[in-house]
Write a protein that binds this ligand. Structure first.
Ligand code: GUN
Ligand code: ZN
Length: 451
């Protein structure tokens, strides 16, 4: 409508407490203003996402933007929209399905459920619920699996473009060791993938991810074809799973006896590069970590999933020691929650637990809350090759943000009021926060914040 069009073209200013990350300092360099001003403005083209124009203390910036319409949210915190690096939209209704580990869970619940997504109307109905859940929880960017059915991608992309989320998704490739109903056919799957790339990648805020489910479910020909497409379309993402569960690792070793490791299987095919995101990376060694670092591939750490399925613990200390890209993910429906607070809390607990190597317990780490937050916003964006685009509120970033209300829960309100430092305040939100705290979500594609 005319009013929306007019608002889109205007600058807008928002006054509240502000959380973001210094874009000039690598890593989780948190910035905080207790009384801040966020100024957003139109993007470069008529349909381009809105951008952050300025961010900083209200007292300093207010005179500069006196003519800009101002919205004041007292006692609220504006923070970047969350980035979920790995999630399965067709597993929205698979949440909370218990099993004796990953492989029985896939056979018993996941594959039969995903088989339903050949039906476009069913896929479309779940896509709506999925996107609503993401937004309700303040997730504004997500890298998601669809199913092996191309129609499941069309359904999700159509719904996401209507809502304006930054969504990257792909048709699952799985031409072997998969039951009827989800197994695809090698040549057809590669043709379908290329057609979907051409249909969706770069359309509005949407992106495409080439999606081999995991090495055990893809023939050599399918893996080779996926790698060829990844080379032909270098700004398209790759997403897969690796080294999540010990039975899965053993299986991969039997299938690829010549590979140095499970991760190396992907490397040998040419599927490790920037914009390649591998969920889990639990049962890996230092040579694998170095391979991640050298190729620019990223790990999607999925702690609620790893705890629920009993898969193991991501080794934060070793990830930091070797230094490769990683960030946080829900991995719904192996994961148990869409909620970024729940995921950050689980990540903290996983860090504390440490890992056992050769039967010897290793010291756990105590990840600072600002680091956990970074892993689910700017760090995740950086790991996905989207630094300076999403996950932050530095000038130039697309203006996806959440408005958090620490008063939304009585105990959180108390802890928030008692906090002596930013880290304590963020810890209160991480430990006690949930969807009730996410009061508004503002998407860069929309003229006005949604309630
Ligand atoms: N490995 C292969 N497929 C899947 C999946 O759907 N979920 C998880 N957590 N791991 C997988
Ligand atoms: Zn997954």
């Amino acid at each position: 409508c005319a009013r929306r069009g007019k608002l889109r073209g205007m600058m807008q200013a928002f006054r509240a407490a502000l959380l973001w990350f210094d874009p000039h300092v690598p890593g989780p360099s948190v910035r905080y203003e207790p009384d801040g001003l966020l100024v957003t403005g139109p993007g470069d083209g008529p349909d381009a996402p809105r951008r952050v124009v300025d961010v900083g203390p209200w007292a300093t910036l207010a005179p500069r933007y006196a003519a800009v319409p101002l919205t004041h949210w007292p006692q609220r915190l504006i923070a970047p929209g969350f980035v979920d690096m790995h999630i399965h939209y067709p597993q929205t209704d698979v949440i909370g399905s218990p099993a004796d580990g990953l492989l029985p869970w896939l056979e018993r619940y996941t594959f039969p459920h995903e088989a339903r997504f050949h039906e476009p109307a069913y896929a479309a109905s779940v896509a709506e619920v999925f996107l609503d859940e993401l937004l309700r929880h303040g997730v504004t960017t997500a890298l998601t699996f669809a199913t092996s059915h191309p129609a499941s991608v069309d359904a999700l992309m159509t719904a996401a473009s209507q809502r304006g989320l930054k969504l990257i998704a792909g048709k699952v490739l799985q031409d072997r060791h998969s039951p009827d109903g989800v197994r695809d056919e090698t040549q057809r799957s590669l043709l379908d993938t290329e057609a979907l790339i051409q249909r969706w990648h770069g359309r509005g805020r949407l992106g495409y991810a080439i999606t081999p489910r995991f090495a055990p479910s893809c023939s050599d020909a399918q893996m080779r074809g996926a790698a060829e497409l990844a080379a032909r379309y270098p700004d398209v993402w790759i997403q897969s799973h690796v080294a999540e569960n010990v039975d899965e690792v053993r299986w991969a070793a039997q299938l690829y006896p010549g590979a140095r490791s499970y991760l190396a299987v992907y490397g040998d095919f040419g599927l490790l590069r920037e914009r390649a995101v591998y969920a889990h990376c639990i049962h890996i060694d230092d040579a694998d970590r170095a391979l991640m670092r050298e190729t620019g591939a990223a790990a999607a750490v999925s702690p609620t999933s790893n705890l629920f399925l009993g898969s193991g613990f991501f080794d934060y200390a070793s990830a930091e020691r070797i230094g490769f890209r990683y960030g946080l993910a829900s991995d719904v429906g192996g994961g148990t929650s869409f909620c970024p607070f729940h995921t950050m809390l689980a990540a903290y607990c996983v860090g504390r637990a440490g890992v056992t190597g050769g039967g010897l317990p290793k010291q756990g780490v105590s990840l600072p809350p600002s680091h956990l937050w970074w892993q689910h916003t700017a760090g995740a964006a950086e790991a996905m090759g989207l630094a300076g685009v999403v996950g932050n509120l530095a000038p130039g970033c697309e203006a996806d943000f959440v408005v958090l209300n620490p008063q939304a829960k009585p105990l959180l309100a108390r802890k928030w009021a008692q906090a002596d430092s930013l880290e304590e305040a963020l810890f209160a939100l991480i430990v006690l926060g949930d969807d009730r705290v996410v009061e508004r979500v503002c998407l860069a594609a929309e003229a006005q914040p949604r309630l």
